[in-house]
Design a protein around this ligand. Structure first.
Ligand SMILES: C[S@@+](CC[C@H](N)C(=O)[O-])C[C@H]1O[C@@H](n2cnc3c(N)ncnc32)[C@H](O)[C@@H]1O
Ligand code: SF4
Ligand code: SF4
Length: 359
C-alpha cells in the first residue's frame, strides 16, 4: 500500500474515532463502493434470497459506467464488485476494466467462482482486479453443494480457486475464501480451517443473517438459528486448530465476535465502521443505506456527490454508526480491526490468558 493510501485510511479511522467520542454528527465520507452489479444468480444457496426472485430493470452498462465515473471523481479508494453473482453479467469484465481506466485504483471481486474459468480469470486480471473473495461453504462437495444448491459446484469452484492462486505472486493478489457460518455447516468449521491452511488462503467467516437485503427469506431465517451446543463444540475444535497453527485463520477476537453473533445480532458496544466506510449501490440504482437498511435514493435521479453530502444521508449514517439499526454482523472483522481492545484480546489469547471456552 502506498504511503498516501495508508494516510487516507488512517485519517478516515481517526475521524471515526472523533465521531464516536466527540462529534457524533461529524460527516465521514465513504471510501469504498459496494457495487451490486446484479441481484440475480447462477446458484441457489439456502442462505440467500438472490436466486428466489428475478430482479429486472437493473442498471445498464452505460448507467454503471456513469456510476464508475462519478466514483472516480469522488476519489473512491476501492470498488467491490459483488451481487448476486457479478460474473453472470455479460458486461462484467468491461465494467471492471472501465473502473480501472477511470482511475479507481483498487478493484475487488466477490464471486461464487463458478464462472471464474481460466479464460475469465485472465480477463479479470487484465481488467485490473487484484483482490478476490471466493465463497466456499463447506470442506467437501457433499456440504458445499447442498448449501449452494448445485451438484458439482464445489469441484468447479475449487478448480477455479486453485487456478487463481497460481497467479497470486505474479499479480500480488489478495485471495480470501469466504465461508458463511450457518446451521447447515457450523460443524465443519475446523475442517474448513484446515482446507484454508492447505490452500494457503485467508479464511473469512461470514455470519449468517436474514436482515441484509439480499438474504431476507424464511429459509434463511432457519439457517441463522445455530444451536449453542453445536457452535461451542465447533469453536472448541477450531480453537485447537488455531493454537496449533494460526496462519490463514481468523483472529481470536473475530471468533469471539462470531460466538456472540448468533445470540446477540447487534453487539451494540461495537460501533459500525462498515456502514461509514461503504457506499452501497444496488443493481437497480438504489444508493445509500447499509447492509441491513435499504437505500432511499436512486442514482437514476440523484448524482452520487449530492447524495453523500445530503442531510438525510448524514442523519442516517450518524444512526448507523452507533448501531441504531437492525443489526447484521456484516464485516464485523473491520469493525473490530480499528479497536485497540481487540488486539489486546488477541495478545491475551496468545499468552494463554483467554480462550473461547472461558470468554
Ligand atoms: C451474496 S454473495 C455475492 C457474491 C457471490 N455470489 C458469492 O456467493 O460469493 C456475498 C457473500 O455473502 C455470503 N452469504 C450468503 N448468504 C448469507 C447470509 N444469509 N448471511 C451472511 N452472508 C451470506 C455468501 O456466502 C458470500 O460469501
Ligand atoms: S450467496 Fe452468492 S452464489 Fe449464493 S445465491 Fe447468493 S448471490 Fe448466489
Ligand atoms: S450492523 Fe447495523 S449499521 Fe452496520 S451494516 Fe449492519 S445493519 Fe447496517
Amino acid at each position: 500500500m502506498k504511503a498516501s493510501e495508508s494516510l487516507r485510511l488512517a485519517w478516515f479511522f481517526a475521524r471515526l474515532g472523533v465521531k464516536e467520542r466527540v462529534a457524533p454528527r461529524l460527516h465521514v465520507r465513504p471510501l469504498v463502493a459496494e457495487l451490486f452489479l446484479t441481484e440475480n444468480c447462477n446458484l441457489r444457496c439456502i442462505s440467500c434470497n438472490c436466486w428466489r426472485e428475478n430482479t429486472q430493470q437493473e442498471l445498464t452498462t452505460d448507467e454503471w459506467k456513469s456510476v464508475l465515473r462519478q466514483l472516480a471523481a469522488l476519489r473512491i479508494y476501492k470498488a467491490n464488485f459483488t451481487g448476486g453473482e457479478p460474473l453472470i453479467r455479460p458486461d462484467a469484465i468491461e465494467l471492471l476494466g472501465y473502473a480501472h481506466g477511470q482511475g479507481v485504483e483498487h478493484l475487488h471481486l466477490n464471486t461464487n467462482g463458478i464462472r471464474l474459468t481460466p479464460s475469465v480469470t485472465s480477463d479479470v486480471l487484465d481488467a485490473g482486479v487484484r483482490s478476490f473473495n471466493i465463497s466456499v461453504d463447506g470442506p467437501t462437495g457433499l456440504v458445499h453443494d447442498r448449501i449452494r444448491g448445485r451438484l458439482g459446484a464445489f469441484d468447479t469452484t475449487m478448480t477455479h480457486l486453485r487456478h487463481l492462486i497460481e497467479f497470486r505472486e505474479q499479480y500480488d493478489l489478495k485471495v480470501r475464501m469466504n465461508f458463511t457460518v450457518m446451521q447447515a455447516n457450523v460443524e465443519y468449521l475446523p475442517k474448513i480451517a484446515k482446507l484454508a491452511q492447505e490452500l494457503q488462503v485467508r479464511l473469512y467467516l461470514n455470519l449468517a443473517t436474514d436482515s441484509t437485503f439480499l438474504f431476507r427469506a424464511d429459509e434463511v431465517g432457519e439457517q441463522k438459528k445455530v444451536e449453542n451446543a453445536q457452535l461451542e463444540q465447533a469453536l472448541a475444535e477450531l480453537e485447537d486448530v488455531l493454537r496449533e497453527d494460526s496462519r490463514w485463520l481468523p483472529r481470536y477476537s473475530d471468533l469471539r465476535y462470531m460466538r456472540g453473533h448468533f445470540s446477540d445480532l447487534l453487539q451494540k458496544d461495537l460501533p459500525c465502521a462498515e456502514s461509514q466506510l461503504k457506499l452501497m449501490i444496488h443493481s437497480r440504482g438504489e444508493i445509500g443505506g447499509c447492509w441491513g437498511h435499504d437505500p432511499k435514493a436512486n442514482i437514476r435521479v440523484t448524482p452520487i456527490a449530492d447524495l453523500i453530502d445530503s442531510e438525510p444521508y448524514r442523519d442516517e449514517h450518524e444512526k448507523l454508526f452507533r448501531k441504531d439499526c437492525v443489526g447484521c454482523g456484516s464485516n464485523y472483522s473491520l469493525n473490530l480491526r480499528w479497536r485497540p481492545s481487540s488486539y489486546a484480546q488477541d495478545l491475551l489469547w496468545k499468552a494463554g490468558r483467554r480462550s473461547l471456552a472461558k470468554g
